[in-house]
Design a binder for this molecule. Structure first.
Ligand code: SF4
Length: 229
């Protein structure tokens, strides 16, 4: 996905002045679908930035758009509905996952399913709680929780922590659509010779685009905040 003109200007300035790279964000949207994508019914992203409502084009990667249709095409897929995974079952030695125990959300019936390979893809909180529920003699504190870190130190995005401004210039530049993506500055702190007093680091996301109808409201809100101060 392309950067806008002010973003390219920022990229150049940040490289020159701060020696930091700026890239386009890393998203899993199709900009050039390949035959194996269209075979699954997926199409090019329409650049309308409405991904949070679900994508009727299957343009961003999701299990609903990509992996489940691919699995269905093998004719060896069985989808079990209303089944809430309670825990992962271990083999008799208590070393290896061999299945899952599920509870039917309507009837409360408990069933077990077995497989050679099990993927746990329930999201940060869901996967963690399932692992913590999966207790055994080998893992009395939850599956894979020898470190006792399961359920601790969960990390989320800080959202809207930063700054915004109007940019002058670039009036003759325009771009196509509403790009469903942002800029990314990977590893801004604790990178190269920049060593701080904490482990690891953080990146930044951001972007520059034309203002829309809400610009008047933003200016009004900013003026109110300044007045209150
Ligand atoms: S912007 Fe998002 S919702 Fe719209 S087509 Fe692209 S991926 Fe789908």
């Amino acid at each position: 996905m392309a950067m806008t003109a002010p973003e390219l200007h920022l990229k150049k300035s940040v490289a020159q002045k701060l020696n930091r790279p700026i890239t386009i964000g890393r998203v899993a949207h199709l900009t050039k679908p390949q035959p194996w994508h269209t075979a699954l019914g997926r199409a090019t992203c329409q650049f309308r930035n409405r991904c949070s409502r679900g994508c009727p084009f299957g343009a961003y990667f999701s299990s609903l758009a990509a992996t489940i249709p691919a699995a269905r095409q093998t004719n060896r897929l069985t989808i079990v509905h209303n089944a809430i995974v309670k825990e992962i079952l271990l083999d008799s030695q208590g070393q290896k996952a061999k299945g899952v125990r599920v509870i039917d959300q309507n009837t409360m019936e408990v069933r077990e399913f077995y497989a050679k390979v099990i993927f746990l893809n329930a999201g940060t909180i869901g996967s963690t709680s399932i692992l913590m529920n999966s207790k055994s003699a080998r893992f009395p504190n939850g599956l894979g929780n020898d470190s006792d870190q399961l359920g601790r130190n969960l990390m989320d995005h800080h959202l809207s922590v930063g700054a915004r401004a109007d940019i002058e210039g670039f009036e003759d530049d325009y771009y196509f659509g509403a790009r469903p993506n942002a800029l990314y500055i990977p590893r801004f702190r604790n990178w190269g010779n920049d060593k701080r007093g904490y482990l690891r680091g953080f990146g930044y996301q951001g972007g520059a685009s034309r203002a829309d109808w809400s610009r008047g409201q933003l200016k009004r809100d900013s003026a109110l905040i300044l007045k209150q101060k």
